[in-house]
Design a protein around this ligand. Sequence first.
Ligand SMILES: [Fe+2]
Length: 217
Amino acid sequence: MNLKIELENGIRLAWPTPLFSRKFDDTEDMNRRLVEIIHEKEKKDSGNAKSVVSGWHSADDVHSWDYPEIHRLIGFITEAVTEMTKISTGQESDQFGAETTFIAWANILRNNGYHKMHTHPGCAWSGVYYIQTGSEDASPEGPDDAGKIEFFDPRMAVEMVPVPGNPFGQRLTFPPEAGRIYCFPAWLRHMVNPYQGSSERITIAYNVRIENFETFD
Ligand SMILES: [Fe+2]
């Protein structure tokens, strides 16, 4: 299946941007264990600030942590990247091969913590897996976008001219959900809006490089 860019009535989509989302089942035990593992790591590692404010960002070595739960998570990432490669190439997964390398890191956001707007240079796809949303006790008066990942329309200034239906330049936010993974082009600017809650919002993010892509007949 290829990206569906030819629509009806003579209309075609230009520069469509694929975003992948999938909720995995039976992740409660896995997520509980991942929380323990990440807390153990945080005690030993002061972290890497990068784009995070009021939170903790682990070293970029989560993919090498030797735990069954991390191995299962790598399977989730592989599934996400395979789906993105299928849609971007129009090839089935048994029709292509590539050298794929990736890194992953853990993030903890605490009350009012957020990730500044950023991209992930040098990579093909990036994404995030939600272990714990942590927002159960957030105030209902808080902002609707608290803790949500937000993507920005990559087409510069498209919001400058009003168009009926206002389809360009809109904010695009997705809520966190334990057991859900997102995957998106690494060049797509994104941020995480300030999280609000007394517990922790915990995720594992990843970057994927794809080299020497080839297709088979
Ligand atoms: Fe990111």
